[in-house]
Design a binder for this molecule. Sequence first.
Ligand code: ADP
Ligand code: VHF
Length: 366
Amino acid sequence: MEIHKRIVIKIGSSSLTNPSGQLDGGRMQQLAEAVIQLYQNNWQPVLVSSGAVAAGLGHLGWNRASLTMPERQAAAAVGQGLLMEKYNEFFLARGIRVGQVLLTKEDLADRRRYINARNTLNALLGNQVLPIVNENDTVAFAEIRFGDNDTLSALVAGLVEAELLIILTDIDGLYSSDPRKDPKAQLIPVVQQVDEKIARAAGGSGSPVGTGGMRTKLAAARIAARSGIRTVVTSGKNPEILVSIAAGKPRGTSFEPSVNCLKSRKQWIAFGSVPRGTVTVDGGAAKALLAGNKSLLAVGVMDVAGNFSAGNVVAVADANGVELARGISNLSAEDLRLIIKNPQRGLEVINRDWLVCERSFSGCPM
Ligand SMILES: Nc1ncnc2c1ncn2[C@@H]1O[C@H](COP(=O)(O)OP(=O)(O)O)[C@@H](O)[C@H]1O
Ligand SMILES: N[C@@H](CCC(=O)OP(=O)(O)O)C(=O)O
């Protein structure tokens, strides 16, 4: 039986559209060419493609600076169709069938819908259909929005258990500082760990069409690393570069996977879910969770905020409000409030198998 390795390729708006907002057909054709070669080299690719808003604005002749959120969403409704029309044309010309997958943060935050998305992606991949993923911009707003597709691509990479995430952008990798502001900035070829020092190098977007800049790419790389996935950030100017990166050639900036990465369920708790409430714990409980890899017991809970049910994800914070962990509560907020007034020693609130301690849950280490 053939073993397929999975690869997620994210391509940003800045790499897909020309300055007048038209989709760059030549670039998309090159991308299709590279994807065929990946198939030939036994990879199962997933494409995460931005560009809907930019393409919609170009098509409608709208000016980005003066738009309301509903107008941006309307532009995405127009642009997403154009994007898929072109992808369909270029990929089908090379014998590759494509399927559109539009997701919101809320879809991935709900465990059942997360599993549904995973099943759909697996069905597409198993039938040699290339999934083309984007955020569902027409319905996603404020709190339920990723906004940039970098974070989405890292979650999708975890969802399909990819080996590699490649983020194609308008610059050839992470520099020691934002090259627009610092002419002496140097390319960083390998990042072992996305820590505060590395995060300080990253600035915002460099183009009118991009969102998030290098900051969201670092957050994505960190989420992927914690999920055991290597990320390469590089330029999308020549998409054929994908083939050599997949073959292990050094290009752009490579972010190495963590040594102790999280298992699938904990990846979702840490980076996919949205906590429904917060449980504040005392110093002893905080220590037991952080150093002792223990379950959270009711005796260490000082306060409960929010209105969650048993089975929901909750945040665990220390007395200063610093989020230490996330986990699935065995108890509802109502029951937990009653129990902490009348402590029942040993009663388990979150089992250690359903608890994740992370320094940051957004991917950003700052
Ligand atoms: N330290 C850094 N190294 C490289 N690029 C950086 C850095 N800080 C900020 N950037 C900016 O990030 C931009 C890429 O992100 P973005 O504009 O969001 O593109 P995309 O549409 O591909 O997501 C670059 O054009 C660059 O100006
Ligand atoms: N979902 C949006 C992506 C927004 C965006 O600009 O993302 P990116 O270019 O990846 O920074 C779109 O398709 O326009």
